[in-house]
Design a protein around this ligand. Sequence first.
Ligand code: ZN
Length: 743
Amino acid sequence: MNFANARTRWTLGVALAAACTAVIGTAAAVAAQQAAAPAPVAAPVVEDIPFASPDAGAVTVPSAPDAWGGPRTGNEPTLSDRVVAYRIQATLDPDKHTITGKQQLTWRNRSDRPVRAVYLHLYLNAFEGPGSTFYTEQRNNHFGFRSGVSVKEGGWGYTRLQRVAQGGSKVAWRYVQPDGGPATDRTVVRLDLPEAVAPGGSTTLDIDFFNQLPRVSARTGYYGTFHLVGQWFPKIGVLELPGERGATAPRWNVHEFHLHSEFYADFGEYDVSLTVPKGWTVGATGEEQGKPVERGDTITHRFVQADVHDFAWTADKRYAKPLDGVYHGANGPVKVRVLYHPEYVHNAKPVLDATIASLTYFSKTLGDYPYRTVTAVIPPYNADEAGGMEYPTFFTASSYANVDKGTLSRYALDFVTIHEFGHGYFYGILASNEFEEPMLDEGLNEYWDHRMNVANGEQVQAGTWWSRLIGARIAVGEFESQRLGGMLSEPADPLGNNSWHRFSSGSYGTVYSRTATMMHDLEQQVGKAALERAFKQYYAQWKFRHPSIADFREAMAEGTGQRALVERLFADQVYATRKVDDRIAEFDSDEVLPAPGMVEYKGKPVELTQDHLDKAVQKVRDRWTKKNPKADADKRGPFPYLTRVLVRRDGAAVPQTLLVRFADGTSRSFQWNDTAGERWWRVGVTSRSRAVSVELDPERRIFLDKDKLDDGMTREANGSAARRWSADLAALLQTAFAQLVTL
Ligand SMILES: [Zn+2]
């Protein structure tokens, strides 16, 4: 949806509302408020505990060893150092798509000072209208959310607090905009507590809330009888302490809901009772407790899960009988359930299989899956934007009409399933801050998902009905496909940037593809074993602890044992924006013949003229030809060859290899490990055989390079380099892949 359309539709909506109802005054006031440009900005509020910076991103300072209560060794009484406990009773009105909720939120003050005010996220308010930060960014920055489904009339959503109490005393609240967004944004609310929470103490807040779910446009909402309920309850912000994610003093990490942003929250316990009409199917985060309780026309399901930081659920009367499976892991059986609608019955088994395959791979390569359930939801027809989203122990996959093996749609279904399950580790268990450092979740997850496919011998299948008709099999390597979406020629944002300070939505998308490409290159340089060791170390050290980019960098530096290389890569790609571009500028290979000039002969200077030399050279040639009548002088002649190669570097330094191939079939390779910032590299080599071609990065290790077609040169026209890098030509397929890289 572009800027002009959005504005036109909105203006028309307001005009109609004014004409049809008696709220002309309200509509006009709203119109005046919204039409004012720039959008109103809230007056700065001096808080006793400050907010995290509105432009926070890539942390450079490693966290303290005791951050988040120290590493979780497995000997602690609980998996995570629990900060919150949510007890929620929620009732769904399936016709109005509303939820009435009662919530008991218990929060522990980990800091060394009394806390008088706390902050809650009210994420659904992003969907209440054009005044939210979410829609303001869409309008003012030309940002788009995935497929860009627009909100239809009557399809807005919101959440409202109805009552907040602390120990029976009423709690006052007001909306705040910690990132300086429009004053009309209501996604963060401040609660001023009647009684301060003592250092190390806890408080319990009783909260009544009401949700109007939006029609599905960005992850959450309803379509018909289908309800996917995410980011739906008032959720407390994270109070970060000194030594955690770069903080030097306590600070509230509670950003507004930005358009590209996902989430960040404390670990704790969730005990949630969900009341829906009888006969409806419910799926949710965690394990269901006992049999659901019927009361009149309704039924109440209770789900409990500890050591997670979010809770999502779904309810529909149209779900088919769930497809169940089991994964037998080191921590006991894991129940895997796939929820789907009758029209997508053929998608259910592939999703179940890919989920179990992911449980196997992630448990083996990072650490054993610590929970007892995984629930996967296949959204129904026309609710695609609810798909491709992760929540703890619960995710939404995609759906496709054709899931035949070897098709792009089957590849996409498998990949989305792997990706959303994989979030359970990077977003779920490692729980990095997706607002400020999305590369730690989306980027690393994307990388690990493609590694899983490589380990299982998969390739991006780009087959369509017409290609199969003509018997063509179109496949692109896992990481070649990532290069295509990486904006490698003109990267606009450092990978470590936060989710909202972005050149474009496409540039936010590079968090996925360029991070995966960078990690691919790092793995090529340090080797598979060292990389896997480093990731295992990262996971073991930081699970349940919210690591930062600096913590990840340290884990990579220590785990691979190659600190200099890791630090340079992070400096160039994570904390800054440097393209990589090495190319062959010149290449020739010629016979070395004696040259005219003065020589010393018997103590006297004698001039060798060209004439002398021509005769001498001819003599040598004749003798050689007589001896080797059928030989090819290029392969091995009477004179040696001098090969000269000039490499031009237009981007960041990378460990580079040059391979020179000779006519006799032999080859030699040369290394360039520059640390001085050179912009060129000259290689000269003398050999008995003439060089026929030169190639940079012959082992295809450097996928960040913006153009692989200029990495090779032959003496005579020869398309070998171009053929080797046919992936670049597959840019035509980029549109098809785009859907795979922003999930
Ligand atoms: Zn994702």
